[in-house]
Design a protein around this ligand. Sequence first.
Ligand code: TRP
Length: 380
Amino acid sequence: MSTAPPVTGGARNASLCVLMSQTTSQLERPRILTGDTPTGALHLGHWVGSLENRVRLQDEYECYFLLANMHAFTTRADTPGDIRRDTIEIVCDWLAAGIDPERSCVVLQTEVPAIAELSWFFAMLLPFNRVMRNPTLKTEIDSKGLGDKYSFGFPMYAVGQCADILAFRPVCVPVGEDQVAHIEMCREVARRFNQMYCGVDPKTEDADYPGAGGLFPIPQALVGRVARLVGVDGVQKMSKSLGNAVLLSDDPKTVKKKINRIFTGRQSPTEPGDTSNALFQWVEAFVPDAGRVAELKDKYARGADIGDGHIKAEVADCVNALLEPMRERRKAFEGEAGERKVIEIIRDGTARANAVAEETLWNAKRSMGLDFFARDLRAR
Ligand code: TRP
C-alpha cells in the first residue's frame, strides 16, 4: 500500500475510494462486526438478542467480534483487574456459544490502534450535542446512576463505537435492541465522512455509497429474534446486575431452579392463562418446535389442565438442551492452560483484525489528505 500514488485533498480521492471498496468486496466475503463490553458473564438475553445471530453468520460472513475493553474503562477505570478477568470470561462465553476462532476473529479493542485514531477523526464529524442526545447514553447514565459525575471518556465511547465498526467496513452489525441508537450514529458518521472526504453526493442512497466512491459502507443493524427477553423475575429485562438472569455458564440444576421462579400470578391449571405473560415469552424464545409452542398456547389459554410448573419444566429442559453443548465446549478453556489458549485466540484474531483496520485507517487518511508518508512506527 505504501506504493500508492500520493493523493491530497477531498474530491480527488473519490476514485481511489472506489478502487479500494471494489477490491475488498470482490475478493472477500462481506464483513460483519459486533462486540460486547466485558462486564461479566453472558446470559440467555445475550444469546437470543445477538449471540445466536453471530454464531449463525460465521458461515456467510467474515466476522469480527470485538472485546470492547476500552469501553469498560469509561465507567470502571478504578478496577482494571476486574476488567481483565471479565474480558477473558466473555471470550470463554463466546467460544462456548460456538464462535469459531478458525473462521472468525476475536479482537481486543485496546490493541487496535487504528480504532483510537479513527475515533478522533469521527469525533469531529459529530456535533457535541448530537452525541449527548444519544438515547442509549442517556439510558445508561440513568440506569448506572452516573448522574453528572461521569468521565469525559464515557460519552466518548459512543464515538469510539463508530470507529470500532467502521474500522472494519462491515455491511452489517448484529446487536441487541439497546444498541440501535449507536448504530444510527455510526451510519451518520459514515455518510458524512464519505461526503466530506470521498466526494460522495449527499443525495446518494445508503446502499450505493461504496459504488459512489465512499470508503465506508453504511452498515445496517441486525437485531436478534427476541429484542428484549424478560428475566426470571417476570418483570424486568434480563440483566446480570438485577439478579434475574440465566447465565450461559449455569449448570442444569441452577437453570431449573431459576426458571421455576418465573412468576405469572396464575392460580390453577384450569384457569385460562394469558399467553402473552412472561412465561410464554420464554416458551416462544426457547421451545424450538413451533407445533409444540402452538399446542401449549392453546391449552394454556383454555385452562386445559396445564400447570405453570409443567410448562416451566419443559422450558428448562429446552434451555438445558441448548446450553449442554456450550458446557462441553467450555471445558477446553478452563483453568490456567485454558486461559493461555484464550489469550492465544485473542492474539491471533487481533493480528488479523489489525491488518484490516490499518488498511481502513490508511485509506481514511489518504482521503483526508493526511498521507504525508506511510505509517512507519518503530518501538525500541
Ligand atoms: N456498546 C456495546 C455494548 O455495550 C459493545 C460494543 C462496543 C459494540 N463496540 C461495538 C457493539 C461495536 C457493536 C459494534 O454491548
